[in-house]
Design a protein around this ligand. Structure first.
Ligand code: NIG
Ligand code: FE
Length: 413
C-alpha cells in the first residue's frame, strides 16, 4: 500500500512552477500531498484534503500565512574547500582586485594549498557542513565543483569527497570536474592544460562521479583556445561542458559555450547582447551569480538582455571562499534588488531554470507537480514576493526532501 508521507495545507500560496507563458504558476490557499516521496497533488487546499486527509499523513503541516515553494536548485557552487580566506576579504574591501590576489598566489591558489593539506575526512566533513547550511536555507539540489586540487591526485580526492558527502546527505549533488580552475604556481599554462587534457580528464571520467567539465576562461587564467581544448577533451570523455564566462573581461567565452553547446555559461558580468543571442540560439543556459558581483563590488550582470534574446537566466550562489554564502534566498534578493528582476522571475531562476542549467529539468526538479520529487520549502510570509522582500533573514522554516522533513528552524534535522 502506498504511504501518505506528508500533507502541507492551508498555505497562503503554493508555487507550483512555471506556467505555459513562462511566468510563475501559483495557487492561493494551497496544499501539497506527498505519496511515496513524490507529489501526489498540488492545488487548492479543499481539493487536496478531500483526497488526502491531513490526519492520515505521517507529517501534516498547517502552513497558514506561509508560502510553499519547490526546493531551491543551486547550479554553481565551489562548496568543497578548506582553509579560511577572510583576510582577503579585508584586502578586497581596501580595493585590492581579485585577479591581483590570484596573481600573487592568493585566492584560489591558497585554497588549493589548504585542500591539498586536508585529510579525506576533513574534506568530507567540510562539504557536509556546507551542504547542511545550504539545506537549512532551502537548497535541495546543488552542483559542486572540484578545482582546488589542480593535480590529478587531489582532484580525484575531491571527487571522492563529493561522492562520500553526497551519499549520506539529503541534498542531491551534481558533480563538476574543474581541473582548469587556475594554473598551479610555477607551472606554464600550456603545460598545465596538457596535464588537464591528457591526465586529469581521463582520470576524472574513469572515476565516474563527475557529470560536467568546467573551465575558468579569463584573462590571466585560461584563454578561449585553451578552454576549448579542455572542454572538448571533457566532452570526448563524456563530461558535458560548462564554462566560467565573461566574468572580469569579455574574451569570447560565451561564444565558445555556444560553439560547444555547453549546458551553461556562468557569471557573464561582461557579456553583451550578441553573446546573449549566441547562447539563446545554441540553447546554452545563462547562469548569473549576483553574490559574486556583490562580494567583489562589481556591477551586476544584465538579466534583461538574456530574457530579450530568449534565454531567461538561472541563478546560483557561486558559494566559495571569495563569495561566502550558502543562501539561495539571499541570491534571489540580490537578483531583485541588485539586478531589478521581478520576484517571480528570480524564483524561476532559482528553481526550474536552475535545474535546466544542470540538466535536471527532465524529471521536473524545481517544480511541484504531480509525479515530481517532493522537494519543497515552507517559507515565512504570505507569498513568494516575501522571499526577496524580507532580505537578510532565512525565510525558509521547513524543508522536505522526498516528502520527509530534513531541515527546520534553520537547522538540518
Ligand atoms: O566562480 N571565478 C573563478 N572561480 C570562483 C572563485 C573561486 C575562488 O575564489 O576560490 C568563482 O567566482
Ligand atoms: Fe565559480
Amino acid at each position: 500500500m502506498s504511504d501518505l508521507d506528508a500533507v502541507v495545507y492551508g498555505a497562503s500560496e503554493v508555487v507550483v512552477g512555471p506556467d505555459d507563458a513562462g511566468g510563475l504558476n501559483t495557487c492561493e490557499d494551497g496544499a501539497v500531498a506527498v505519496v511515496d516521496g513524490t507529489v501526489a497533488a498540488a492545488g487548492e487546499t479543499d481539493d487536496v484534503l478531500a483526497e488526502y486527509p491531513a490526519e492520515n499523513a505521517e507529517t501534516a503541516i498547517e502552513a497558514g500565512g506561509k508560502t510553499v515553494l519547490p526546493g531551491f536548485v543551486d547550479p554553481h557552487t565551489h562548496a568543497l574547500f578548506a582553509g579560511d580566506r577572510s583576510d582577503e576579504f579585508a584586502a578586497k574591501l581596501r580595493g585590492k582586485p581579485y585577479q591581483e590576489i590570484l596573481a600573487e598566489g592568493g585566492g584560489i591558489l591558497r585554497t588549493v594549498e589548504a585542500v591539498r593539506a586536508a585529510s579525506d575526512e576533513e574534506l568530507v566533513a567540510n562539504l557536509t557542513d556546507q551542504l547542511d547550511a545550504m539545506l537549512a536555507h532551502g537548497t535541495t539540489t546543488a552542483e559542486v565543483k572540484t578545482g582546488y586540487g589542480l593535480d590529478t591526485e587531489t582532484e580525484l580526492r575531491m571527487l571522492d569527497a563529493v561522492e562520500a558527502a553526497a551519499a549520506d546527505h539529503p541534498v542531491d549533488v551534481v558533480a563538476t570536474f574543474l581541473g582548469a580552475h587556475a594554473v598551479p604556481d610555477g607551472t606554464d599554462t600550456d603545460d598545465y592544460v596538457d596535464e588537464v587534457v591528457d591526465e586529469q580528464i581521463p582520470a576524472a571520467a574513469e572515476h565516474g562521479a563527475a557529470e560536467f567539465c568546467d573551465v575558468f576562461c579569463e584573462e590571466g587564467v585560461f584563454t578561449v583556445e585553451q578552454s576549448r581544448r579542455v572542454l572538448e577533451a571533457g566532452r570526448e570523455h563524456g563530461l558535458t561542458p560548462k564554462i566560467h564566462a565573461e566574468e572580469f573581461t569579455r574574451l569570447g567565452s560565451a561564444q565558445l559555450a555556444a560553439d560547444l553547446g555547453a549546458a551553461s555559461a556562468d557569471h557573464l558580468l561582461h557579456a553583451n547582447r550578441e553573446d546573449a543571442e549566441a547562447l539563446a540560439d545554441a540553447d546554452v543556459r545563462p547562469v548569473l551569480l549576483p553574490g559574486t558581483a556583490f562580494a567583489l563590488g562589481e556591477d551586476y550582470a544584465d538579466p534583461e538582455q538574456f530574457e530579450a534574446a530568449g534565454a531567461p537566466v538561472a541563478l546560483a550562489t557561486d558559494l566559495n571562499p571569495n563569495c561566502y554564502s550558502q543562501s539561495m534566498g539571499f541570491v534571489v534578493a540580490l537578483a531583485c534588488n541588485g539586478m531589478r528582476m521581478a520576484p517571480a522571475d528570480a524564483l524561476l531562476g532559482a528553481t526550474t531554470r536552475a535545474a535546466r542549467a544542470i540538466d535536471r529539468d527532465g524529471d521536473g526538479t524545481g517544480t511541484l507537480r504531480e509525479g515530481t520529487a517532493a522537494d519543497l520549502l515552507v517559507a515565512d510570509g504570505p507569498s513568494h514576493v516575501h522571499v526577496p522582500y524580507n532580505f537578510g533573514v532565512n525565510s525558509v522554516e521547513t524543508v522536505l526532501k522526498d516528502g520527509s522533513v530534513v531541515a527546520s528552524g534553520g537547522e538540518r534535522v
